[in-house]
Design a protein around this ligand. Structure first.
Ligand code: SAH
Length: 525
């Protein structure tokens, strides 16, 4: 089994720097024992212009059989244990050898040349025979391209004929693979090979244990979460073990959202819409104007909280889960009322949770108060045992932050799996947007809103979800109601199994009615 890595030199770094990066001297042939045979590292060429390192893995099929790892080929044929592709094809055995032989290089460690490992450089990686099994997922050269091209590699992959003397026999399941990049970190290249070689093979020579999820996510850090084929990669890497795949996908989604979170903190972290009055600046201004100033009308966000708390009291909830709690304003409001004995705040954004913890001063609350609150990171599109057993759950301005195709996953996780006694959902009423002075027509209220619904659309959704999961639902307007376009926020109160109220109780806005400014100001015209 053979693989070579070549690089070219530049003014800052001669090609032979590859030796420092791999922690293997270009002038020597080195031998390493791996669990499946011997690995040899040597350099067919080592000049300033061009340097190539080769890894040859001399797999011992008999030792593999003795270790119970020789299963390859047809189970009906005893000889297949001894006569198979293991010694020749770059499979999971090579991936494991890569990790053994190039462990430091894979970590991006290069103490001899500080900074060298962080610098992308041209690389050309050649693998003469890689098994690429489709197993119904389109194998061969096309699979190689699907896996490596999104990572920036130019992929030359050609199917190897079964037997060159008999072209009519067709192609084998092996491809000759050449990966070329003008600028890539060697550590990233090795991590990608470590994950993607067994993925291409579609099989592993060993039993896939739960710690493989950690290995996959560690090796995939920085590239797997955003890879368009991450589902295929995860499934095949974990040998189609469903529960492991699901765990890995969930953690990848968290990683992806957390990355997005760092990039667009303001947009994703919170619905900044409707409430600039809660920024510190405004609080300061208010303090400056003193007690004689007109009392500030409640913002739409405050009106929403009032309506939600009223709904929670109405259903007699004591244990409440605030799903997508953001910076914890609702949690703060719930804590002021002792009837809410336990509050769980869940959000996907670590940054939002930190802000919530600061805002609620969790570290400074008296013990008994603090014991009422738990904050937890979680993705609402996955079922989560921690969400079970609550009297009520709240989704305040959360659903519109999900891509519509992901919404059914949240519906199942909340209504199907967590199954609280009641669910309060609020979302913007898109019809009302024409009343926001500064909102151009057709623009949503917040950059991260994936959709905004009309009253009819929200009703249709709410009634479908209620019917599917055995809840009844009433819809209520929140905020100043406009005869034509309704109220700015719409609220749905779901109750498990109770009959529908015949007349929905509208939640009226406390007076005085606010004066319109901007969507962020939360005030209608
Ligand atoms: N409920 C809060 C925050 C609303 S903003 C309030 O009304 O102030 C929407 C929140 O949902 C954000 O904090 C965002 O991080 C969170 N969120 C979005 N998608 C999520 C998901 N899939 N799982 C968990 N939280 C999510």
């Amino acid at each position: 089994m053979f693989m070579s890595i070549s690089t070219t030199g530049s003014a800052e770094s001669p090609a032979t720097d590859l030796g420092f990066l791999l922690h293997k001297h270009p002038d020597r042939v080195q031998r390493f024992a791996t669990s499946h045979g011997e690995a040899h590292v040597f350099y067919p060429e080592a000049g300033d212009e061009l340097c190539t390192a080769a890894l040859l893995l001399d797999v011992d099929p008999i030792a593999l059989v003795r270790k119970g790892r020789g299963r390859g080929g047809s189970p009906d044929c005893a000889l297949a244990q001894y006569v198979n592709d293991r010694p020749y094809a770059a499979s999971s055995l090579l991936a494991v050898a890569l990790r053994t032989v190039f462990r430091s290089a894979m970590k991006g460690a290069c103490p001899a040349r500080p900074g060298l490992a962080d610098r992308p450089r041209p690389l050309r990686i050649t693998l003469p025979a890689v098994p690429a099994n489709g197993a119904g997922e389109g194998g061969g050269p096309a699979m190689a391209a699907r896996l490596f091209e999104p990572l920036g590699w130019r992929v030359e992959a050609a199917a190897i004929p079964l037997d060159e003397s008999f072209p009519e026999w067709g192609e084998s399941r092996y491809v000759r693979l050449v990966l070329v990049s003008d600028a890539v970190r060697l550590a990233d290249a090795l991590q990608q090979l470590y994950v993607l070689l067994p993925v291409l093979d579609g099989a592993k020579h060993y039993w896939v244990a739960p710690d493989e999820v950690d290995k996959l996510l560690a090796a995939g850090e920085g590239w797997l979460a955003a890879h368009p084929e991450r589902a295929l990669i995860t499934r095949r890497y974990l040998a189609r073990r469903w529960s492991l795949t699901r765990t890995a996908m969930e953690r990848l989604e968290l990683a992806r959202l957390a990355e997005a979170d760092d990039r667009e903190a303001e947009e994703i972290d919170n619905a900044v819409d409707d409430r600039p009055e809660e920024t510190e600046e405004t609080e300061e201004t208010e303090k400056a104007t003193g007690p004689s100033a007109e009392p500030r009308p409640p913002s739409l966000a405050e009106q929403r909280r009032t309506a939600i708390v009223a709904a929670l009291r109405e259903v007699g909830a004591a244990r409440v889960a605030d799903l997508g709690c953001g910076q914890g304003e609702l949690i703060g409001a719930l804590l002021t009322d002792t009837r809410f004995t336990e509050v769980l705040g869940v959000d996907v954004s670590a940054r939002a949770l930190q802000a919530a913890s600061r805002r609620l001063r969790l570290d400074r609350l008296p013990e008994r108060q603090a014991a009422r609150v738990t904050l937890a990171q979680g993705a609402l599109t996955y079922t989560d045992a921690r969400l079970k057993g609550f009297d009520a759950a709240v989704l305040c301005e959360v659903i519109e932050h999900l891509d519509l195709p992901r919404l059914p996953a949240l519906e199942y996780a909340v209504f199907g799996a967590a199954r609280p006694g009641a669910v309060v959902v609020t979302t913007p009423n898109v019809e009302y947007n024409v009343r926001w002075e500064s909102l151009p027509a057709g623009v949503v209220r917040h950059a991260d809103h994936r959709f905004e619904w009309s009253r009819a659309e929200f009703r249709t959704w709410a009634e479908r979800v209620a019917a599917s999961y055995g809840y009844t639902v009433v819809l209520r307007p929140v905020g100043p109601e406009d005869g034509e376009v309704g109220a700015p926020t719409q609220l749905a109160l779901f109750r498990l199994g109770t009959p529908t109220e015949s007349t929905p109780t509208p939640v009226h806005t406390p007076t005085p009615t606010p004066t319109p400014t901007t969507p962020e100001g939360g005030e209608p015209r």
